[in-house]
Structure formats: structure tokens, C-alpha cells
Design a protein around this ligand. Structure first.
Ligand code: GLU
Length: 462
């Protein structure tokens, strides 16, 4: 059996991290088994589906780098196929026309509710041997309903949740097609997963209630029922299920926040899945280690600090040239030109152990390209008249330094500190404040070395 999985988002909002986690697990499972990963856009909800949302999904998938082997398929382009299958179910006696009016259904619902029962269609139009159906009303366009088996139950072995059994009696006779002939959600999913030969349906456990309704349709179609794996929900930091509306954070917003896509995927892989105590691992390792049986059945919680920590590990390990390519964009957004300044890759190499995001890195890189004015607080603390006097003396010493590199600068500063009879911070902090405008910087000799003699002297005497 060739493993085939899919990600089937509805384009009714942003691609948020819950969706990406589902996509990641489906993708990794297919990769692990040398199988295929399919992208399908479930766009039959015409009122809520938007082209912007389709674009957001595609952008998000591209940004995180989850490549699909087939698709994107669009359900709206498969209408003819759904209609053919509905006709087939009608012909084979697994579906029937129902002419119940809205008012009748409303009355049935009210009655069930008054008895404290679940609202349920009374199956008046369901054909049975020996049963006479009502006369067809002329003013009603029928819906098509699925003839759900009665008695017995649906059983499946969920790859995450274990054995689940739902009695057929709990399932209504699902509407397959609306009066205008458009097929309904649960039905389209079955036809798609069947046609696309999906072997493992890996999706959020908000779909677990749909699964028995879908399985009975597979059975009526004589189609192989795929395996199902329902992933636990992700909760926000208040412990409430992430919602598309309330916690609408598009995955590409993480890009804007300076999160690396590799770090986001690593973080998401740990939401509801684990491999011992491993926190940082490559996608290759994830694919190798991933198994549905290790997915936790209980919800996991979005933890911003952990995401930032993960991102910091990725920044630390990243190639400075690659960081520079990304940080350049953030600097440009701030109106900072790197022309004439030190190579951005060298700056990133110096900063990469100190930043949790690329935004932070761009903020810290800024003083390498333009002098920043220190805040009043910094000036009061580190740029007193005594400090300024001392900085002038230091500038003189630096001007005649034979070689301008970190080692020589380090030695010079040490010597200067001794000669002035002060402590290291009394020289280091004023230099930072004067040259960088901030005091939170890497070691001062390395910063000065990178900035270059000319620029440092200019700033020291400014
Ligand atoms: N379109 C559904 C959603 O976005 C997913 C359906 C499925 O995975 O079966 O929630």
C-alpha cells in the first residue's frame, strides 16, 4: 500500500498554526513512508470561501516549505464528479429524495427539543420495503439524503484516539445534496479522499464527529475506508481552543515577527508529539522519528516563550549569510541602508547568540549602520562630563592603534582601564553608549573592530 495523505483546508480565513501543524504531521507521515502528500482546497462554502484566503494558504505553505506532491485540487472544480456519485447512490438505493418542507423540519426539531431529544429528521421519505411514501408535493425541490444503515454501529481504530464506536442510530440521514443540487461537506470529503486514494486521513479532532458519517458513505460506495488519525487541538495561552476568528494569527505573520519557518515547524512538531526529551531537531529527524502512535491524545498549549526559545536556537545555529539575507529586509523596512557599513553577515555572526527573533537582530544591527542617539537615561548614567573626557583620551589612543582588530582593541581597552585606574565597565559602557547609542551590545572590542576605525573615531568625538 502506497501511503497517501492530504491537507484539506477550507479557505475561510487565514492559514493559522493549527492548520500548519495538521499539514506538517500529514506531510511528515507521507514522507516517512515514501508516500505522497496532496493539497486540497475545500471551497464549497461559497459564502465564506475567499480567493484571499486561498492565497493565504498557498503563501503560508510556501513560507513554511511544506511541499505537496499533488494539487492543489479545488472542490468547486469537481462538482460534476460529486453529482455522478450522488446519482450512483440514488441508483443503488443508498440515497433517496426527501421532499420535507422547511416548516415540517422545523416542527420536527421543535418537537424533539420539547422532549429533550436531539433534533432528528423523521425519515418520512426514506424508502423501505412495504412502506408507502407520501405523495410528492409539486412545490418542493427535494434534497438528497443518505440512507444511513439502522441498527449496528460504525467502528474505527483511530490512529491517535484508539477504538471508537458510534451507533448507527446516532447518525441522521445526512443530506448529500441541497435542493439546488450542490453537494454537502461530508459527502465531498468522502468522494475526494476516495478518488485521491488517500490512505491516512490525518486531521484535527474537531472532525471526529464527521468520521462515522463519512465511513457509512464509504461503505455504501464499496470504497476502501482510509485510516483516520485525529490530532488533538491546540489551545491558546489561556487554555482555550485556538479559534480561527479569535486567535487569528496567520502563519505568515510569524515571518513578520522574525520567526524562522524551520523554527516554527520544529516548535509545532512538539505540540502534541514528542521523541524523548528532544526539543531541537531537523525536519529529516522529525520525518524519521514521527509516528502517529506517539501523538498525544490531549490538547497542547501554545507557548510563546517556548516558540521564542526554539527560534533563538535556530538563529544561533544558522549560517550568518542566510541570516543576513533575511535581516536585510527588516533593516530596509526600518529605512536602514547597509551600504558603506560592515558586511551584514559579519554583524549577524556577532549578534546571533543574543537574539530571539530576526526583528530583534535587525534592531540590534541598526547601530552598525547609523549612529543612534542614546536615551536621556543612558546619557545621564554613562556619558557624564568625566566619561566624555575619558572617551576623548580613549579616541586618541585608538587613533594610533597599529592594527584595528578585536584582539588589539581588547588589549588597548585593558591597558586604558588600568591606566585610568577605573573598572572595565567604566570604560566599556561609555564607549557603547557613545558609539552604539545603546549599552546592550556584544563585547565592545568586537563591535569596534567591525565598525571600523574611521566610523568609531567619528562617533567618539561627535
Ligand atoms: N476542510 C476542513 C477544515 O478546514 C478539513 C476537512 C478534513 O480534513 O477532512 O477544517
Amino acid at each position: 500500500m502506497k501511503v497517501r495523505t492530504r491537507f484539506a483546508p477550507s479557505p475561510t480565513g487565514l492559514l493559522h498554526i493549527g492548520g500548519v501543524r495538521t499539514a506538517l504531521f500529514s506531510w511528515a507521515f507521507a514522507k516517512k513512508h515514501g508516500g505522497q502528500f496532496v493539497l486540497r482546497i475545500e471551497d464549497t462554502d461559497l459564502e465564506r470561501s475567499t480567493p484571499e484566503s486561498v492565497a493565504a494558504i498557498m503563501d503560508g505553505m510556501h513560507w513554511v516549505g511544506l511541499d505537496y506532491d499533488e494539487g492543489p485540487f479545488y472542490q468547486m472544480q469537481r462538482m460534476d464528479r460529486y453529482k455522478t456519485v450522488i446519482q450512483h447512490l440514488l441508483d443503488s438505493g443508498h440515497a433517496y429524495y426527501c421532499y420535507c418542507s422547511k416548516e415540517e423540519l422545523e416542527a420536527q426539531r421543535a418537537e424533539a427539543e420539547s422532549r429533550g431529544e436531539k433534533p432528528r429528521y423523521n425519515r418520512a421519505w426514506r424508502p423501505e420495503t412495504g412502506k408507502t411514501l407520501p405523495a410528492i408535493p409539486s412545490d418542493i425541490t427535494p434534497v438528497v439524503r443518505f440512507k444511513t444503515p439502522m441498527g449496528g454501529s460504525v467502528v474505527w481504530y483511530d490512529q491517535v484516539k484508539g477504538r471508537i464506536e458510534i451507533s448507527h442510530d446516532e447518525l441522521d440521514d445526512l443530506i448529500l445534496a441541497r435542493p439546488d443540487g450542490t453537494p454537502t461537506y461530508n459527502f465531498c470529503v468522502v468522494v475526494d479522499d476516495w478518488d485521491m486514494q488517500i490512505t491516512h486521513v490525518i486531521r484535527g479532532d474537531d472532525h471526529v464527529n464527521n468520521t462515522p458519517r463519512q465511513i457509512v458513505i464509504y461503505q455504501a460506495l464499496d470504497a476502501t475506508v482510509p485510516l483516520f488519525a485525529h490530532l488533538p487541538m491546540i489551545h491558546n495561552d489561556q487554555g482555550v481552543k485556538l479559534s480561527k476568528r479569535r486567535d487569528a494569527v496567520s502563519v505568515v505573520d510569524y515571518d513578520k515577527q522574525g520567526i524562522l519557518p524551520e523554527a516554527l515547524l520544529n516548535y509545532l512538531a512538539r505540540l502534541g508529539w514528542g521523541h524523548g526529551d528532544d526539543e531541537i531537531f531537523s525536519l529529516t529527524q522529525f520525518i524519521e522519528w514521527f509516528d502517529l502512535k506517539d501523538v498525544s491524545g490531549s490538547p497542547s498549549r501554545m507557548d510563546r516563550d517556548k516558540l521564542l526559545w526554539t527560534n533563538a536556537q535556530y538563529i544561533k545555529a544558522a549560517d550568518p549569510a542566510q541570516l543576513a539575507a533575511r535581516v536585510a529586509g527588516f533593516l530596509a523596512d526600518k529605512g536602514v541602508s547597509t551600504e558603506g557599513g560592515p558586511a551584514l553577515a559579519d554583524v549577524c555572526a556577532l549578534l546571533k547568540d543574543r537574539c530571539q527573533t530576526l526583528v530583534e537582530m535587525a534592531d540590534q544591527a541598526e547601530y552598525f549602520y547609523r549612529a543612534l542617539t542614546p536615551t536621556q537615561e543612558i546619557a545621564d548614567k554613562h556619558l557624564t562630563p568625566t566619561d566624555e573626557e575619558r572617551l576623548k583620551l580613549f579616541a586618541e589612543a585608538a587613533a594610533s592603534l597599529a592594527t584595528w582588530d578585536a584582539a588589539s582593541l581588547g588589549a588597548l581597552i585593558k591597558e586604558f582601564v588600568k591606566q585610568q585606574g577605573v573598572k572595565m565597565p567604566q570604560v566599556g559602557m561609555p564607549i557603547r553608549a557613545k558609539v552604539c547609542g545603546i549599552t546592550n551590545t556584544p563585547s565592545v572590542d568586537a563591535v569596534l573592530a567591525l565598525l571600523g576605525r574611521e566610523e568609531v573615531l567619528r562617533r567618539l568625538v561627535a
